[in-house]
Ligand binder design. Structure first.
Ligand SMILES: [Zn+2]
Length: 647
């Protein structure tokens, strides 16, 4: 083994740590054997690596050539944002992404401006290998330039060049490779069952092989914080070996998520000082104690210049560090410079887009990007907010692309309703406005008493205000409807298996479930090309898998000829809650339906309560479509004094 000049320094460090375990006294000296470059250079690679005789293609060379990241990045002034939603994020229990989803998310992350996108582990599964294969032709060069392939150091007794998993990293053609390496002495000996020196050799060999092949290499030092607490000398040794072999960034990982922010800050400070501006130090945290964001920021405060995390904090167990909290906090509260800092107003959209692609329901309570992040309910707060929006908000929601919401509920004061009237854009004059606000508030309180809940149903409040407006003409009326259910195959859990078996045996057919048929009669209001108001009645019938489905299809059939815009509206969520279960089948039922405009991605929710679940559903459905037309298709018609309609 080569003798390292910092051995004495480490001994000194070990001595110092007897009295002050995390003191920032140690200093890293780069080995003279490291490509012969000068100690003062802040460029770690690839300028030091001759890539001309490798198999690397032209594109890869170009993407590595213009890199301003060669400069060592020190937080919190400057921070690189490294997204691992598509690799560590997909380890989350309810997260699954197809290759198409991953390509779409990569494009979106690129346009948002994250610096690195860790997209998968090509050596571990065919889906990730397929991603990197398709990325070569389907992603634009600026998107591919951000890609990181994740992998691990080579196996114990195999040369890096002969390790299939390491070869897969090269074949991915990702310009950056991130290698996970063990950096906790106990984990090395007891879990990996390797000697300490074997592990160092695995790091050294794998990093230097990939660097020689022209790749930028980051090293995720697994269990670093836990390892450092029990044996700082060995954990630092792992980092030094990686640095010496040419790694550009040393990423300290809180793999088990059990570290506290004050320890993270002290240890990061020691490591940043130790490498004395010669290497960018990164951090990768997990949220097992709810500390992932705090730990990442503590790291940045101590000089860490690269933060790994995921959109919406998705990831294994309780998730990874949430970039949707970290990025705006760095930018707005810590004044850090980040490439994506200019696109902060796109953050809420990015968060919803990723949830949508991964088929997850957004977390309303998420900081910055959640629907409730700037929602105000208490009358006192709302009154104060009227005086200054910052009285109960830490930032202006528009900075992160979110919006302030005034919630209307029985706890509301009149000022909540006034706020809502202003949002809807009604101008009635002060006296009428105050009168109507009181009337609407009384109605809200009476309805909430019956089981309505307007907090999550802004669209219903919006309609209530419009319906209180003299001359408001809804774009359609439902005149009558009927729904019936036909079922010739009564099933219960105990009958279904035997029935299926018999039926399939008899005629090979599959079981038919219950079918429903609905009829609906609607009067639509529209304008013809001469701007004359046209009323039209339509009677439609439709079959569906249940009565609400059948009604929804029939209603759409009746409305779309007059209002084709509705084709871009879809139902996202349908929630039914029994309000007084003691009344058994006569119980009042609350239905909340969430809608989405597929062209603008906007969502809205309506609510209705009735003892008849079908009526409650149809009312909520009708409200949602009426709201769609007045809000998104500018179909709001008012009747002026002489009885003519105007838009
Ligand atoms: Zn992780």
């Amino acid at each position: 083994m080569m003798e390292r000049p910092w051995r004495n320094i480490l001994l000194l460090l070990a001595l110092l740590q007897v009295t002050q375990p995390t003191a920032a006294f140690s200093v890293y000296r780069r080995s003279a054997s490291f490509h012969g470059s000068s100690l003062q250079s802040t460029k770690s690679r690839p300028s030091e690596v001759d890539v001309t005789d490798t198999q690397t293609d032209q594109w890869l060379k170009e993407s590595l050539e213009h890199e301003d990241h060669l400069v060592v990045v020190v937080g919190p002034k400057n921070v690189l944002v490294y997204d691992t939603s598509l690799r560590d994020g997909t380890q989350g229990e309810d997260v699954a992404a197809t290759c198409d989803d991953k390509l779409k998310i990569t494009r979106r992350l690129t346009s948002f401006g994250v610096d690195y996108i860790e997209a998968g582990w090509p050596g571990s599964n065919p889906k990730d290998a397929e991603f990197f294969e398709r990325a070569k032709t389907e992603l634009a060069s600026e998107e591919r330039a951000k890609l990181v392939a994740f992998g691990s150091t080579r196996r114990k007794r195999v040369q890096a060049k002969d390790d299939a998993q390491v070869q897969a990293l090269l074949e991915s053609q990702a310009p950056t490779v991130c290698l996970v390496a063990k950096s906790h002495a106990w984990q090395v000996e007891e879990i990996l069952k390797a000697t300490r020196e074997e592990n160092l050799e695995m790091i050294r060999d794998t990093v230097s092989f990939l660097v020689q092949q022209g790749r930028r290499v980051f090293v995720d030092l697994e269990h670093f914080f836990d390892g450092y607490k029990s044996d700082p000398e060995y954990s630092l040794k792992c980092a030094e070996v990686a640095a010496d072999a040419g790694a550009s960034c040393l990423v300290l990982c809180d793999t088990n998520g059990g570290s506290m922010p004050w320890d993270v800050q002290t240890i990061c400070n020691s490591v940043v000082t130790h490498f004395g501006g010669l290497k960018t130090i990164g951090i990768h945290t997990h949220n097992d104690c709810g500390m992932a964001t705090a730990n990442s920021l503590a790291g940045a405060q101590a000089g860490v210049g690269l933060i790994q995390g995921t959109i919406n904090g998705i990831g294994e167990r309780t998730g990874n560090a949430d970039l949707c909290s970290i990025v705006p906090t760095l930018s707005l509260h810590m004044k850090s410079n980040m490439t994506c800092g200019n696109n902060l107003a796109e953050l809420t959209k990015l968060s919803r887009f990723v949830d949508e692609q991964l088929n997850r329901s957004p977390n309303n309570a998420a900081p910055y990007v959640g629907a409730s992040a700037f929602a105000h309910k208490g009358g006192l707060h709302v009154a104060a907010m009227e005086r200054s929006p910052l009285s109960y908000q830490h930032i202006q929601p528009e900075l992160v692309g979110n919006e302030k919401r005034v919630l209307v509920s029985e706890l509301s004061g009149r000022v909540n309703i006034l706020g809502k009237i202003e949002e809807v854009g009604m101008q009635w004059g002060d006296e009428i406005t105050n009168e109507r606000a009181t009337a609407i508030l009384n109605r809200v309180k009476a309805l909430e008493n019956k089981g309505y809940s307007f907090e999550g149903a802004d669209a219903s409040v919006h309609l209530m205000i419009l319906h209180a407006t003299k001359g408001y003409c809804p774009p359609f009326h439902v005149l009558d409807y009927a729904a019936n259910v036909h079922d010739s195959n009564m099933d219960s859990a105990s009958r279904v298996l035997s029935w299926n078996a018999k039926r399939e045996e008899a005629d090979g057919s599959k079981q038919q479930g219950a079918t429903s048929r609905a009829t609906i009669k609607v009067r639509t209001v529209n304008q013809d090309p001469d701007s004359d108001v046209v009323f039209e009645e339509r009677l439609e019938v439709a079959d569906g898998t249940g009565p609400v489905d059948a009604l929804s299809i029939a209603l759409m059939k009746a409305l779309t000829p007059a209002h084709p815009y509705l084709r871009s509206v879809e139902l996202v969520d349908y929630k039914v809650r029994i309000l007084d279960p003691t009344s058994a089948t006569e119980a009042a039922t609350r239905v909340m339906i969430e809608f989405r405009d597929t062209s603008s991605d906007k969502t809205w929710t309506t609510v209705s309560v009735d003892r008849n679940v079908i009526s409650a559903s149809l009312n909520a459905l009708t409200d949602g479509l009426e709201y769609a037309l007045i809000e998104h298709a500018s179909m709001c018609m008012l009747c002026d004094d002489d009885g003519t309609y105007m838009h």
